[in-house]
Design a protein around this ligand. Structure first.
Ligand code: NAD
Length: 351
């Protein structure tokens, strides 16, 4: 089975399938790499076609978390939990059981929010374990705000690479959720002009009234003329066909895995369209969440704003070497990881 081969090839330290028929729960926890420190990764709950698709998603996202840690120099690693959403799922019981398992992992894996996981779900996890980003006053605070801040600083660096500053820059934002709306407010405060789209009309209305944004129909946002496209909805939006025709001069957004294939990145590069690597631009939440758990304090905003300098360095190296920015970032992350010895996960034998 290809997914089992990718566990082997991808150097995953630990991949577990949790089952509780009583709670209707099937979940996957993937720990990719803890060489630099404990694994961090949120809980995604989705309607997956089958366990194979859920496994693939968990593996892909866990691997991306390792890369984020390496490139942002955070003493942590990559992990992910996914729950297969099904009719029979008893949500409260399921999140509680997942929390118990995370507790039993003894701190090798810290978890938190992701698509499909609400504050209430996280509280059910937090009743069972401290290894979770707890919502409310005792937790790390607004992680999406930190993601938006990191994207803003990366977007500033991308604009500078084009010889532009934020005032007057035309940015097309796809998706006005937790990150996209905050990013839009930050960009408007900096004097950028916004074009926005979302499946939810009320979110578009808010961006229009709060940020002076111009609404664009959902099916047209990838085809509008703009300086920077900021994908903040789904991954995989930059297919090879989109990369060939995209009118934007550059790309920088929050969406994970925004290139549908490495070839899409090469097409953009050949066309002279710089794309800030997603796992760098969107690392703000990881920096915030991981450092909060590891140090007990919310990191200063400057730590997250520093992602802009990383993006600037990657774009410059890409221009000088002719290697697409995503591949430059990947090589940098692998080099950092290569400086650490492999870490066996097996528990110590107790006498
Ligand atoms: P969210 O679910 O709060 O918002 C997503 C928004 O996109 C929603 O408003 C939805 O209606 C809209 N949307 C969906 N499909 C769309 C389409 N085809 N066209 C236009 N709008 C569409 O998600 P979020 O937390 O804001 O995250 C956005 C992206 O950033 C995701 O890909 C996520 O994986 C990534 N990301 C988020 C964080 C974080 O801190 N929240 C961190 C890293 C990466």
């Amino acid at each position: 089975m290809p997914v089992l081969d990718s566990i082997d090839r991808g150097d995953f330290e630990q991949v577990q399938v949790l089952r509780s028929p009583g709670a209707g729960l099937t979940a996957v926890i993937a720990v990719h790499d803890t060489r630099m420190g404990p694994a961090f990764g949120g809980i995604r709950r989705r309607r997956y076609a089958d366990l194979g698709q859920a496994l693939e998603d968990a593996l892909r996202l866990a691997r991306a978390m390792t890369l984020k840690c390496a490139i942002a120099n955070i003493p942590a690693g990559g992990g992910k939990a996914v729950i297969l959403d099904r009719e029979e799922l008893d949500r409260r019981a399921a999140y509680g059981l997942l929390g118990r398992h995370v507790e039993a992992m003894g701190g090798r894996f810290y978890t938190g929010p992701d698509l499909g996981t609400s504050d209430e779900d996280l509280l059910a996890v937090a009743e069972q374990t401290g290894f979770v980003a707890r919502p409310g006053a005792r937790g790390p605070g607004d992680l999406a705000e930190s993601t938006a801040l990191g994207v803003l600083s990366s977007l500033r660096a991308t604009a500078a690479f084009l010889g532009r500053d934020l005032p007057g820059l035309v940015v097309a934002v796809q998706g006005l959720g937790a990150v996209g709306m905050k990013l839009s407010r930050m960009l408007a405060d900096e004097g950028a002009s916004l074009l926005v789209s979302d499946l939810m009309p009320e979110r578009v209305d808010s961006a229009a009234s709060e940020c002076g944004a111009r609404p664009v129909p959902v099916g047209e946002i990838l085809d509008v003329s703009c300086d920077v496209l900021a994908p903040c909805a789904l991954g995989g939006v930059i297919t090879e066909e989109v990369a060939e025709r995209l009118p934007a001069r550059a790309i920088c957004g929050a969406a994970n895995n925004l290139l549908a294939s490495p070839e899409a990145g090469r097409i953009l590069h050949r066309r002279g369209v710089p794309a800030a690597p997603d796992f760098v631009a969107n690392a703000g939440a990881l920096i915030h969440g991981a450092l909060f758990h590891l140090t007990g304090e919310v990191p200063p905003r400057s730590r997250i704003a520093g992602l802009g300098a990383v993006v600037a360095g990657i774009l410059e190296e890409s221009a000088a070497s002719g290697v697409p920015p995503g591949e430059v970032a990947l090589n940098r992350a692998k080099k950092v990881l290569g400086g650490y010895p492999p870490r066996p996960w097996f528990p110590e034998r107790t006498p």
